[in-house]
Design a binder for this molecule. Structure first.
Ligand SMILES: [Zn+2]
Length: 451
């Protein structure tokens, strides 16, 4: 079915006085109102077409009525659907339906019909549009509210349009989202370069302090893969959920990076290889040598040396893919550092420093994990959780502005949305397309615009 919409616009301009800004401004002011009227016209026409088909069954075969006229049988206590597809037109409802849309509030007159079979009165347009009998908003609207909340500019969305939504309404949209059930598809361990986890405090209802915990993966192509957001959830519970999502984890040992949070010492221990905090190395060695009977003065030179050897500086950026020639200086430093550590272990054994030697031996296995990975793949797996800290700052900044008094579900959902929108944009877009049911059943284009 194809139809034309005729739009007549009228403008007045003062010749010699009008500038470009004023013209653009004037047209911009038209935008939402014009869209709203176009929408109303299309819906009225759709309504007419539907009731035409349902009421003139002598013209339209049942094939032409497919998908139309679904309604519940009159007076059926079990709520069964009626098989009748013939109706009488019964004019319009007294009250038009008000629906919040992205363009503002749509006031739509709704036609009613009565079924010739069971006598039920209903509005065939509402079921054709796949909005519930009581829906007060369309999904694009929900999409825009969520986008606006994520970008912390929801005021701008609401101001200047006849959209009436309170913070409570926004809260309900966020909590009602199915985001927490979605994005649970398995992630293959072989695509992951590293896993990071950390927690941060968030303000919740009545000023209570909550804890937001986030786990992310970094893929071999250097992308952030959100693995999960949790609010006030024990790490053991978080671990269970993450484990379920990661496939093939027994075959690949992924480095796990965290910032010394005690609850994370054994997190994912059977599937990851934790990167030792490089800061702790020299301190631990001092302690081990002390057990071997060395005073601080006597071990100082060796611990300083280790400190210097493991201080291989990776580029400052959080993570990125680097060129081959940038690797060379790091490779040279890494190889000589590793050799010197081996040499030091040998010396310790010779001198009988058993504790110091075995400590350093163990340390050396883990100490260069990130550098080895970086040399192998060219993607920097950070020594610290600075990437996660940045993610948290982004989440925190938004939560602070909008999340006062928010429940666990809202904090969890919102952080998940922020992460996915920011770092998995393609998935975010297809999630919304699916939710909106966009399948190519409606196309509209501009045919001519002329004076
Ligand atoms: Zn019926």
């Amino acid at each position: 079915m194809e139809r034309d919409i005729n739009i007549t616009l009228r403008f007045k301009l003062s010749i010699g006085e009008t500038n470009l800004n004023e013209i653009v401004y004037g047209i911009k002011e038209l935008r939402d109102g014009l869209m709203l009227q176009i929408l109303e016209q299309i819906l009225k026409s759709y309504d007419d077409l539907i009731s035409e088909r349902l009421s003139h069954t002598e013209v339209y075969p049942s094939k032409a009525r497919k998908g139309l006229g679904r309604h519940v049988c009159k007076d059926d206590p079990t709520g069964r659907f009626c098989r009748g597809r013939k109706v009488y037109k019964r004019g319009y409802r007294q009250e038009p339906r008000k629906i919040a849309t992205v363009f503002g509030e749509l006031v739509l007159p709704i036609r009613t019909v009565s079924c010739r079979r069971c006598g039920a009165r209903y509005s065939p347009l509402l079921s054709a549009l796949k909005i519930g009998a009581y829906a007060r908003k369309e999904m694009n609207f929900e999409n825009e509210v969520i986008e606006a909340v994520i970008d912390t500019n929801y005021r701008r969305l609401i101001d200047g349009r006849s959209i009436d939504i309170s913070l409570g309404g926004i809260h309900n949209i966020v909590v009602g989202s199915d985001i927490d059930d979605r994005f649970q598809e398995p992630v293959s361990a072989k695509d992951l370069l590293a896993i990071m986890a950390d927690g941060t405090g968030v303000k919740q209802k009545e000023g209570q302090k909550g804890e937001l915990r986030t786990v992310i993966g970094i893929t071999k192509s250097g992308r952030v893969e959100p693995l999960g957001c949790f609010t006030n959830t024990p790490w053991s519970e978080v671990e269970k959920v993450i484990k379920e999502r990661i496939k093939d984890n027994e075959r690949y040992k992924i480095p796990f990076i965290y910032d010394g949070e005690p609850g994370l010492d054994t997190f994912l221990a059977d599937m990851t290889q934790s990167q030792r905090c490089t800061w702790h190395g020299p301190r631990g060695l001092y302690h081990a040598l002390w057990e071997d009977g060395l005073k601080k003065k006597e071990s100082q030179a060796d611990t300083d040396k280790v400190k210097q050897l493991i201080g291989i500086e990776l580029p400052k950026e959080d993570f990125q893919i680097l060129k081959e020639q940038d690797k060379e200086p790091v490779r040279i430093k890494y190889e000589s550092s590793k050799a010197e550590i081996q040499e030091l272990i040998k010396i310790f054994y010779e001198k009988g420093y058993q504790h110091g030697a075995s400590y350093l031996e163990k340390l050396s296995e883990r100490l260069f994990t990130n550098i080895e990975l970086w040399l192998k793949t060219g993607v920097i797996a950070p020594k610290t959780t600075s990437l996660l800290e940045r993610v948290f700052r982004e989440i925190g900044r938004r939560l602070k502005k909008i999340a006062w008094g928010w429940s666990d579900a809202a904090v969890t959902n919102l952080s998940k949305m922020i992460l996915i929108k920011q770092y998995s944009r393609d998935k975010w877009i297809s999630y919304w397309k699916e939710k909106l049911g966009i399948k190519g059943n409606f196309n509209i284009r501009i045919v001519t615009v002329q004076i």
